[in-house]
Ligand binder design. Structure first.
Ligand SMILES: Nc1nc2c(ncn2[C@@H]2O[C@H](COP(=O)(O)OP(=O)(O)OP(=O)(O)O)[C@@H](O)[C@H]2O)c(=O)[nH]1
Ligand SMILES: [Mg+2]
Length: 192
């Protein structure tokens, strides 16, 4: 597989993008909220027995920092779209991000995974049902997980799934290219 996999973690402010990223990269969890401007990490992981080097960009959810969103969308190989199940606004905000994505890229098959984070708060603070998350993911044809960075539910799995989606995407691209290539005609000598 060619090059590193550049993955952007996108979503509203405070939904847990940094928390999920840090779980994968360092396995720590911080209770304290420190809004991100932009952080990048490189990590070697093994997905389905095959090694992958992922470059993860943990982006800013807060609006005053996210003017770069356009270039994130154009540059990424894969995207983790995160909302918080305790915040309906963060779920609705993803529609805007998805619109921007489909406008900026002419592939309709972008490697994306949808994550409804903070599911450890599901009993008490839930504003978005799991069914709603699932329905949105089905509409977009992307994998969906409810996650908790705090209690480690599907926290690594979402990233593994993006790697799988990127692999699938690249294999399909390769196949398309092979099909487009004109079949070589057998060489014939012209006898004069
Ligand atoms: N209960 C619970 N809290 C979480 C979870 N993930 C993150 N948090 C908390 O939510 C707050 C925001 O988390 P961050 O990871 O900083 O959110 P973010 O999406 O990176 O925010 P921005 O960088 O501003 O876009 C922090 O106080 C975290 O401790 C989770 O799975 N469960
Ligand atoms: Mg952050």
């Amino acid at each position: 597989m060619s090059g590193n996999m550049l993955i952007y973690v996108l979503g509203g402010g405070g939904v847990g993008k940094s928390a999920l990223t840090l779980r994968l990269v360092t396995d720590n969890f911080a209770e304290h909220y420190d809004p991100t401007i932009e952080d990048s990490y490189r990590k070697q992981i093994k997905v389905d027995g095959i090694p992958a080097t992922v470059d993860i960009v943990d982006t800013a959810g807060q609006e005053e920092f996210n003017a770069m969103r356009d270039s994130w969308i154009r540059n990424g190989k894969g995207f983790l779209l995160v909302y918080s199940i305790t915040n309906r606004g963060s779920f609705e905000e993803l529609e805007t991000i998805m619109d921007e994505m489909t406008r900026a890229r002419d592939d309709d098959n972008i490697p994306i995974v949808l994550a409804g984070n903070k599911c450890d708060l599901g009993e008490t603070e839930r504003e978005v049902t799991a069914e709603e998350g699932k329905a949105l993911a089905e509409q977009w044809s992307v994998p969906f997980f409810e996650t908790s960075a705090k209690t480690k539910i599907n926290d690594h799995e979402v990233f593994y799934e993006i790697v799988r989606e990127i692999r699938k995407f690249e294999e399909e691209k390769l196949k398309e290219k092979e099909e487009e290539m004109p079949k070589k005609k057998p060489f014939k000598c012209n006898i004069l």
